[in-house]
Design a protein around this ligand. Structure first.
Ligand code: ATP
Length: 447
């Protein structure tokens, strides 16, 4: 984990928040490369959950909501973790994280457990009094529940269908840590899948399998994933059952995503508290009922940590160690780098032309600093799948070399064929399917 954190800072993936002031615990900033990775993770999720399905729609609801939402949903009374305090050093700990009944820092005795509500409070408007208290949402789900009828009435969706959302959430965690695994400000990707009550088990199993496959499709190794069913006594207040997809993080197996059967709990609570009906009319069976809900929920940042850990590799390369992120091409922050072998004017002009034709199609970097070997290493550390190298020969034969991140193989391709060749490779075609006029390049030293 230490190596990963330092690489992430060095290469512009992730920085501690407010770092010039010593940071702020549980808060992180994404840098120029990290934001591309984050957008790609969110895009991949949105495409697979919303855009490629007929039974799903998206929303983007506000972070601040009427406080009655959180009273009805049970969060004001129940969204709490057990807190203990060391009687000697006064550090505070989350009781269910502790292996022994003593302070992990100084070994001192601990106080009795008390429940600590982890919702952040603030005030709306210019008056700081109880009547103006609002909460920063700890989950995005409630924005979808309170809009259930709006969506049914405007989208013409019939059950089963889902509402999906991505957005910031805030939890005043008792302890944070393990880099971006547990933060106080983070981003969620979650959806509420509304079903006929007697079909909920079937849909629950369906979504556990679908979500598990999503990680595999994006390159996570199967041996690093497993399912974990929550015992009844450790369920959230709204949950009937819950299965986690766990990942083998550097600190051990931990929850990556939770899939919960929330039953009709939330809709019924809101119906009772608001006086508005949350019933659905089933035109097939002519029945009125409140749907049941299956909710898969994952933290964007936690998913990013899993993708970073899984892609990170240190490989022996001649006398050195090559550090590389083997990201899935859909997730790679930068898809391609154009690297002129020298800064000589005629070569630079040619390389910039190539760059200008490729940049509209791919997230591309232009890099003409340092030796070519060091530039390849730098791109490996960013996880860039392909480097396009322009050399003096290119000026004569109008060809360029594509160097592949994972195998370090090189092929020589006509410049007009670069775009289609890389498009084909990014969508998974064999590296050695060469365009007409291309050839496998004999690799020379420093490749
Ligand atoms: P825990 O019991 O570990 O605090 P939880 O079971 O309450 O977490 P959920 O409410 O199920 O967590 O949250 C859904 C998902 O949101 C989690 O699987 C995780 O990916 C993400 N998540 C939850 N809390 C955090 C956090 N503090 N930082 C980053 N991601 C989080």
């Amino acid at each position: 984990m230490e190596k990963l954190v330092s690489l992430c800072q060095r290469r512009g993936f992730i920085f501690p928040s407010s770092h010039i002031y010593g940071g702020l615990s549980g808060c992180w900033d994404y840098g120029p490369v990290g934001i591309e990775l984050k957008r790609n993770v969110k895009e991949a999720w949105w495409r697979s959950i919303v855009q490629q399905r007929d039974d799903m729609v998206g929303v983007d609801t506000s972070i601040l909501m009427n406080s009655k939402v959180w009273e009805a949903s049970g969060h004001v009374t129940n969204f709490s973790d057990p807190l203990v305090e060391c009687k000697d050093c006064h550090l505070r700990w989350r009781a269910d994280d502790l292996k022994e009944n003593k302070c992990p820092s100084c070994g001192g005795a601990l106080t009795e457990e008390r429940m600590f509500n982890t919702m952040f409070k603030t005030f709306i408007g210019p008056v700081e009094e109880d009547a103006s208290v609002v909460y920063l949402r700890p989950e995005t789900a409630q924005g979808m529940f309170v809009n259930f009828q709006n969506v049914v009435n405007t989208s013409r969706k019939r059950l089963p269908f889902g509402i999906a959302q991505q957005g910031k959430a805030f939890r005043n965690e008792i302890t944070t840590g393990n880099f971006i695994f547990r933060s106080r400000e983070f981003e969620l990707m979650e959806f509420e899948y509304f079903v006929k009550p007697d079909t909920v088990e079937k849909w629950f199993d369906y979504w556990v399998e679908e979500r598990f496959k999503w990680y595999l499709k994006l390159g996570i190794k199967k041996e690093n994933l497993k399912l974990h069913q929550h015992p009844k006594e450790r369920l959230a207040h709204y949950a009937h059952s819950c299965t986690d997809i766990n990942y083998l993080f550097p600190h051990g197996w931990s929850e990556l995503e939770g899939i919960v059967n929330r039953t009709d709990f939330d809709l019924k609570q809101h119906a009772a508290a608001s006086g508005k009906s949350m019933e659905y009319f089933d035109d097939e069976t002519k029945e009125h009922y409140v749907p049941y809900v299956v909710e898969p929920s994952v933290g964007v940042d936690r998913a990013i940590l899993a993708f970073l850990c899984d892609a990170y590799e240190e490989e022996p390369d001649k006398d050195e160690i090559r550090v590389v992120f083997h990201f899935h091409p859909d997730l790679a922050p930068i898809k391609m780098a154009v690297l002129p072998l020298s800064r000589k004017e005629n070569l630079a002009a040619f390389a910039k032309d190539v760059y200008a034709t490729l940049r509209p199609c791919f997230t591309t970097q232009y890099d003409d600093t340092q030796s070519i070997g060091r530039r390849y290493r730098r791109q490996d550390e960013l996880g860039t799948p392909y480097c396009v190298t322009i050399d003096f020969q290119s000026l004569e034969d109008n060809m360029a070399t594509i160097r592949e991140r994972d195998t370090m193989n090189q092929i020589r391709v006509p410049v007009p064929a670069l775009k289609n060749t890389i498009l084909a490779k990014l969508s998974g075609e064999d590296l050695f399917v060469l365009p007409e006029g291309g050839k496998i390049w004999k690799q020379e030293s420093g490749g």
